[in-house]
Design a binder for this molecule. Structure first.
Ligand SMILES: Cc1cc2nc3c(=O)[nH]c(=O)nc-3n(C[C@H](O)[C@H](O)[C@H](O)COP(=O)(O)OP(=O)(O)OC[C@H]3O[C@@H](n4cnc5c(N)ncnc54)[C@H](O)[C@@H]3O)c2cc1C
Length: 582
């Protein structure tokens, strides 16, 4: 089988679906290929909301949103991208409303809005209500709404096909080649075949599964980011990984920031709202990097609950009505997974690995770029969590990811529709899929070897314990050889399932390879960045250093376990870097 499309979207989360919708509406023959059934994409797990400066409840402006995004990202944000995000957020949310998304309403029928961390009025004076929401099921509603629209517009879906390689013509991506399609693996029967297309969007989501305690779904393994990297595209800003402050203790499932947005408190062992010592103005609504660090410091100083490694999230004072109407799902999580009743008891929480600020470098038109001069890889695009625009810089604000999917998913679709018309469909050589088929066969047919699940556990442990919220040279230097060792052992990985039908064992082994790629660049970039900025906190270099490090890291594939690092300037248009206090 060899399929041909004018445009191919890899990933059916919010970013992929909106791109597909624009393309189909423009009359472009478009397919979405996704390893999960579309509505199972992680976008569906997003609770809290999607922000836009609608000003429905109080004065708000897109310029304030732009500023908050830049300051929240500790000035590593590319400001041209933040401007696009904040401006276009407004029309995207309204367009979604017109597509039928059932937002919560104010008494006079407008879209309701609530507070979220780091979103302020008048350039930092205090919290503002900017997050639009559908109870605590906002992502679910976005996904359902966009999926319905895609079906209506005639988008073709290849569900449960896993992309296992990318194809280029005229050289690799790093050598000036252009995107020519992908190699797909049909999960149902193990069939492997190429799909031709002159425009390919990577919208494959994040890679939180690199860490032991994470809010991310099992499938978030950085596939698109790693595949592009193997073809010469760098990974950008990988040292910035966000830990969300309020995960369920031990398992990491998220209790959304919406709980704090609605007024929830964080308490230490003596019942103190400790955030007043770390962020006196914004308190619990300081950005996530700061709140996660504060929790770690409380625990380290013995003020965790009962001296243990967690604190309390307390929503009791909000009352049953607010909890049941605005936070139904997350309070259910506390009941189901912890046996705690949030209406009457405080909920134990600890930071959980949540969001990748880094990823595939792109420009504001979502075109993938491959160097410090922003040279475009023709025909290749990226959007959503897999991409690094960089709109979130060193730390993303809550609700800014969903809006990133909408704004840049839509831009991807529009840009691809503009560009595909003038390009001939690529010609693929016979058996282009043969190299990856051989790689998969080698794993499957190896009679015995290293267990993928064991390697994955060891990787998650080292990343959590040595490359987590706080870092320093000694721990990072220990992590580096461990990741290299895991990579060497990965060469001997084998699986128990030798069959072709739904061989998830084999696919998970393949995904482990992507996680190793992401881990290798994360550790190398973190070691080289000798400053603290946003989510990257070096205890040995506690200050931000704009003189030496106001730049994006580009990590290229080098010798195994030894990526090559280069740096690219940050785009600054309106807001000069200042100290970041809340
Ligand atoms: C629990 C949780 C709550 C969150 N809450 C919020 C919130 O309230 N507000 C907010 O702004 N952000 C939130 N986020 C972040 C936000 O939801 C994600 O960053 C965003 O949904 C990512 O969307 P995406 O379109 O990039 O990819 P995803 O929705 O992650 O989808 C990835 C897609 O790629 C496909 N895919 C991956 N690899 C392959 C492959 N090899 N072959 C084929 N297909 C592939 C998958 O099948 C899937 O369809 C939350 C995240 C989590 C985990």
């Amino acid at each position: 089988m060899q399929a041909v499309y004018d445009a191919l979207i890899v990933g059916a989360g919010g970013a992929g679906l909106w791109a597909a919708l624009e393309l189909a509406q423009a009359g472009v023959k478009t397919a979405v290929i996704t390893k999960l059934y579309p509505t199972r994409s992680h976008t569906g797990a997003a609770h809290g909301g999607v922000c836009a400066a609608l000003g429905n409840l109080e004065e708000d402006h897109w310029e304030w949103h732009m500023f908050d995004t830049i300051k929240g990202g500790d000035y590593l944000v590319d400001q041209d991208a933040a401007e696009v995000l904040a401006r276009e957020a407004i029309e995207c949310v309204i367009e979604l409303e017109h597509m039928g998304l059932p937002f919560n309403r104010t008494p006079d029928g407008k879209i309701d809005q609530r507070r979220f961390g780091g979103h302020t009025r008048n350039f930092g004076e205090g919290p503002v209500r900017r997050s639009c929401f559908a109870a605590d099921r906002t992502g679910h509603m976005i996904l359902q709404t966009l999926y319905q629209q895609c079906l209506k517009a005639g988008v073709v879906f290849h569900d449960e096909y896993q992309v296992v390689d990318l194809l280029f013509e005229g050289g690799d991506a790093g050598e000036g080649g252009r995107a020519a399609g992908v190699v797909a693996y049909r999960i149902a029967d193990g069939e492997i075949f190429p799909i031709r297309s002159s425009a390919v969007l990577l919208a494959t989501g994040g890679f939180g599964r690199m860490f032991r305690i994470t809010s991310n779904a099992w499938s978030l393994t950085g596939d698109g980011i790693a595949l592009a990297w193997r073809h010469g595209v760098p990974m950008q800003d990988m040292e910035f990984f966000q830990f969300h402050p309020t995960g369920i203790v031990g398992i990491g499932i998220l209790l959304s920031e919406a709980a704090r947005g609605e007024g929830g408190y964080l308490l230490n062992d003596s019942g103190e709202r400790f955030m007043k010592r770390y962020a006196p103005t914004m308190m619990e609504l300081a950005p996530r990097d700061m709140v996660s660090r504060a929790i770690y410091l409380e625990v380290r100083d013995g003020r965790g609950i009962g001296g243990k490694d967690y604190v309390h999230l307390d929503v009791r004072h909000l009352g049953r009505k607010v909890i049941e109407e605005k936070l139904p799902d997350i309070t259910d999580f506390a009941r189901v997974y912890q046996g705690v009743e949030p209406i009457t008891e405080p909920v134990p929480v600890q930071p959980t690995a949540h969001y990748a600020m880094g990823g595939i470098p792109t420009d504001i038109f979502t075109r993938v770029t491959r160097d410090e001069h922003n040279t475009v890889v023709p025909g290749l695009y990226a959007a959503g969590e897999a991409a690094c625009l960089s709109v979130h810089g060193a730390n993303r604000l809550g609700t800014n990811s969903l809006v990133d999917l909408l704004v840049f998913g839509r831009r991807a679709g529009l840009q691809m529709a503009r560009e595909v018309g003038g390009v001939d469909l690529p010609i693929l050589a016979r058996n282009v899929e043969e190299p990856v088929r051989a790689e998969l066969r080698a794993i499957r047919d190896r009679p015995s070897g290293e267990s993928a699940s064991r390697l994955r556990r060891e990787l998650a442990d080292v990343m959590m314990d040595q490359v987590g919220v706080f870092r320093d040279e000694p721990t990072l230097s220990m992590a580096l050889p461990k990741v290299r060792e895991l990579r060497e052992r990965y060469e001997r990985v084998s699986v128990q399932d030798k069959g072709r039908t739904f061989n998830t064992d084999l696919l998970e082994a393949r995904e482990l390879g992507y996680l190793l790629d992401c881990a290798e660049t994360t550790v190398a970039a973190a070691l080289a960045r000798r400053e603290s900025r946003g989510a990257h906190s070096r205890e040995d270099f506690p200050e931000r250093d704009d003189v030496n490090f106001l730049s994006h890291t580009l990590a290229y594939r080098g010798a195994p376990g030894r990526p090559t690092l280069r740096y690219k300037p940050v785009t600054i248009t309106r807001f000069a870097p200042k100290p970041r206090t809340y």
